[in-house]
Design a protein around this ligand. Sequence first.
Ligand code: UGA
Length: 432
Amino acid sequence: MRISVIGTGYLGATHAAAMAELGHEVIGVDVDDAKINRLRLGQVPFFEPGLPELLSKHVATGALRFTTSIGTAAEFADLHFVCVGTPQKKTEIGADLGYVDAAFAALAAVLRPGATVVGKSTVPVGTAARLATEVTAAGGDLVWNPEFLREGFAVEDTLHPDRVVLGVPRPDAADRLLEAYAPILTTGIPLVVTDYATAELVKVAANSFLATKISFINAMAEVCEVTGADVTQLATAIGHDARIGHRFLHAGLGFGGGCLPKDIRAFMARAGELGVDQAVAFLKSVDEINLRRRARMVDMAREMCDGSLAGRRIGVLGAAFKPNSDDIRDSPALDVASTIQRSGAAVRVYDPEAMVNAKDTHPALAYTPSAIEACRDADVVLHLTEWAEFNELDPEHLADVVHDTKLLDGRNALDPHRWRAAGWTFRALGRP
Ligand code: UGA
């Protein structure tokens, strides 16, 4: 089948390569010349394990091509996936639909009658119904198909999703899409075919639930901190109840990235417009708990510097919003590092993959080529993104490098016994 994918960021580039892997002929479209030129060479402009191999494999055979021309895509394909971003607005908590609106307007102007357009971007409920009138006027059908991939596992999640959700105006509108997804669906993955509003809400409800689960355990961490209890043991114990489960119950610096923070805020904004703001008012607490963890981390670093960060040297391990990603959007690590630097400390940051992006958005911080260099002469070391590489650091070796053997684990991922046995003062969020 001939497919176009409009928008070639984390979602679109992965989706395009995955569709080629399913045996389709795919053309990826983006307005960014530089990005398209790199993709044409088979290079992925961001860090995503497994994607460079998949992309270059299909670019090499010609099954996957890239263009900046939406007209070329409309001529080539009758199935179009819209995968552009919906970031938070600059000065409000609502979603900026500028890229989605521009992509649909451009596509509708050149769409071949009878084509199927599939929306994958995360949008406020009600958006699909509005965009459907545009697609229908151009002679096409709109299907809403939210995406649930996680960065770091994008290829795996796209080829082997937990579920496929389709919002349709009538059942046969999804026929072409079901044919394209047949290799995925034959493996027995649950398929939910529903209306537009439900499909849109499934996405924001799922991300809101995940964010709530993380903030719940981080709220427990706050209570643990004043009672001397250990949130990691508490999470293990409650997670043994299968109804609760262990996943997304990892207490620490909280959630960041290009999805959970902006999605819960956009949901609150949309609920306000719909007059049901009370229904999701709890998300404000979820957001606040999450941001309080960052403030607590800064306070603990200050405490470990005997009350003042001014003139201190702080080594920061991690800049990405989570490991196995170079994404620094709304990164808790960079937020904490910047706040500490603004308090007068000299902050040196190392991240295995996110250095280029971090330097770009946070040029005032100092960056080092290795974890050891970030820690050199540090008064306190902060562990802010749980890359496997940091777990392999040797506490005894690092003790010879730092000024003071003080470590603050913001991700509850390092072994306190190991560090304390090597003479370190080891503190972490939510545990003694
Ligand atoms: C999230 C969802 O997990 C995906 O299902 C969804 O498709 C995606 O957003 C999206 O909307 O596109 P992602 O942003 O890649 O995926 O990251 P997650 O793995 O969900 O992690 C989000 C943040 O929560 C990270 O900062 C992570 O460090 C933090 N986290 C996660 C915790 O603090 N504790 C946990 O137990 C789990």
